[in-house]
Write a protein that binds this ligand. Structure first.
Ligand SMILES: [Zn+2]
Length: 315
């Protein structure tokens, strides 16, 4: 469990109702990566006004995070205070406890980061996986605006996702629906951290690829880029057929490093696999923002829920 220290400089919450109009609204965005922590302040149009990041330290992670958050809050232009905070992380998330449960980040296990951050910042906090955050960001100000049915696929250190159907993010029993990393894309394939074999994460996750190639993503051989595209396409073909979507947004460190050659491999493979009438013209596009935009989308969703319940209470 990380050490607990208050954020410095200590942020004093302002009374609600002083947030100003929509364009003045700001969100505190925090992304808990496996190897680095990022934070920023984002406005209601999805513009990142301030951002900062640090390498995740081996010890004293919570003080490092609170210092980072304190810095970006202090640097927020015009001293406009965010109305909510969003935290994206590697899944799965324990939504009841407000904690991160991913095996890759044992330092956060059992730590009620949602409540601790709320206490430290005075802000309401939304916590969710990076894939589900990506889906909400793309629907808010990215490639899926006005698209009620789509899939978001986050291919970063790990593979995560989010499924939007009828304009709503699928939740699932524990609130972790959309974890596409464990779709099986290769029978009898590589072992996966989930205990299974042949999962998409074992082929397309950045951590898996770096472990296999023993070099950074940017220097991955072209055969690996091609294979990644093929595996991503297999997963997309399966999920698109299952949930009936035409749009899939793919983002994260892997597509950022591999670029168009990976998307070309995706398209070639899909041409072989998605021949059902309703899956023709399946559109696979790069995402439009990074993890901080996803975290901001979580904060925005949290704030809108609060606004809606306040409105309902006065009616
Ligand atoms: Zn797996």
């Amino acid at each position: 469990v990380p050490d607990r220290e208050p954020i410095e400089p200590r942020v004093v919450p302002r009374p609600t109702g002083s947030e100003g109009d929509r364009t003045e609204r700001r969100y505190l965005a925090i992304d808990l990566g496996v190897s680095r922590l990022a934070a920023g302040v984002v406005d209601d149009d999805g513009r990142i006004l301030v951002r900062d990041r640090v390498t995740t330290p081996a010890r004293h992670v919570w003080p490092a995070l609170t210092r980072l958050v304190g810095r970006v809050l202090a640097a927020s232009p015009d001293d406009v205070r965010p109305v909510a905070a969003g935290v994206s992380c590697v899944g799965p998330v324990d939504h009841a406890a407000g904690s991160v449960n991913a095996p890759q980040v044992p330092t956060w296990h059992g730590f009620a980061i949602r409540d601790e951050l709320a206490e430290a910042t005075g802000l309401p906090v939304e916590l969710d996986t990076g894939g589900r955050a990506l889906a909400q960001a793309e629907a808010w100000c990215g490639r899926a605006v006005d698209r009620p049915d789509f899939v978001a696929l986050l291919v970063g250190d790990t593979v995560e996702g989010g499924i939007v159907a009828g304009g709503r993010l699928l939740q699932g029993r524990s609130g972790n629906a959309g974890d596409l990393g464990h779709l099986v894309v290769e029978g009898e394939g590589r072992p996966c951290r989930c205990g299974g074999f042949g999962c998409l994460d074992a082929y397309a996750g950045g951590a898996s690829i770096e472990a296999e190639t023993n070099r950074p993503l940017r220097r991955a051989p072209s055969a690996i880029i091609e294979r990644t595209g093929i595996m991503v396409a297999r997963a997309i073909a399966s999920v698109a057929a299952m949930v009936d979507v035409r749009l899939v947004v793919v983002a994260g460190a892997v597509p950022a490093a591999f670029g168009q050659p990976m998307f070309d491999a995706v398209d070639r493979e899909l041409e072989q696999r998605s021949r059902l009438v309703h899956l023709r013209r399946l559109l696979v596009v790069p995402g439009s923002g990074g993890p901080l935009l996803g975290a901001a989308a979580l904060a925005r969703a949290r704030h809108r829920r609060a606004e809606e319940s306040a409105t309902a209470a006065t009616q």
